[in-house]
Design a protein around this ligand. Structure first.
Ligand SMILES: C[S@@+](CC[C@H](N)C(=O)[O-])C[C@H]1O[C@@H](n2cnc3c(N)ncnc32)[C@H](O)[C@@H]1O
Length: 157
């Protein structure tokens, strides 16, 4: 499944707006759930890195890595994070494991699940990329029910 907005300047602007809207909810979720320092935090489907940079200001970690399968977004993310040496970005299709990083203490994915064909399988795969006791956060605003090969999506009220 491809992300229709990927690779366009308007997509970066759209994701910035989306991020500004959802940042308070993301912040609440993370602050309520994480207290320990992480060694490595991985942001799946990071886009131009709005989430990765926010994570670096909310969660204390040694290293932050954003993964995305859009070369355009990865280039934008690198440019927008050039003053943040603790953040790196890698081009990677996150439906494929292993990830090109060491096992992470925390994996975070926002607004990604609706773009993957087999979300349940991906969630299970992502769990294998965590270190012992690591945390996986999947933040979505839509519910997705999967039965057999089909998926039905509903907007959460
Ligand atoms: C709606 S955007 C969300 C971006 C960011 N997580 C946020 O909340 O601002 C979805 C992102 O997932 C990426 N994406 C979709 N499928 C992917 C895949 N299989 N592997 C890696 N990235 C993917 C897209 O390129 C896009 O950057």
């Amino acid at each position: 499944m491809s992300y229709v907005f990927a690779g366009r300047e308007i997509a970066v602007k759209r994701l910035k707006k989306l991020h500004e809207l959802f940042l308070p909810a993301t912040k609440n979720l993370l602050l309520a759930s994480v207290s320990k320092k992480a060694s490595l935090l991985v942001d799946l489907g990071c886009g131009p890195g709005y989430t990765t940079r926010a994570l670096s200001s909310i969660i204390n970690a040694d290293e932050y890595v954003g993964l995305d399968n859009s070369e355009y977004f990865i280039d934008q993310a690198r440019e927008l994070s050039r003053d943040l040496p603790q953040i790196a970005y890698k081009l990677h299709d996150v439906t494929k494991t292993s990830f090109p990083v060491q096992k992470a203490d925390m994996i975070y994915a926002r607004f990604l699940l609706t773009h993957v064909h087999t979300p349940k399988r991906s969630i299970l795969d992502w769990g294998t990329q965590l270190s012992d006791g690591g945390l996986l956060f999947v933040e979505e605003t839509e519910a997705k029910e999967c039965a057999n090969n089909g998926c039905k999506m509903t907007i959460r009220k």
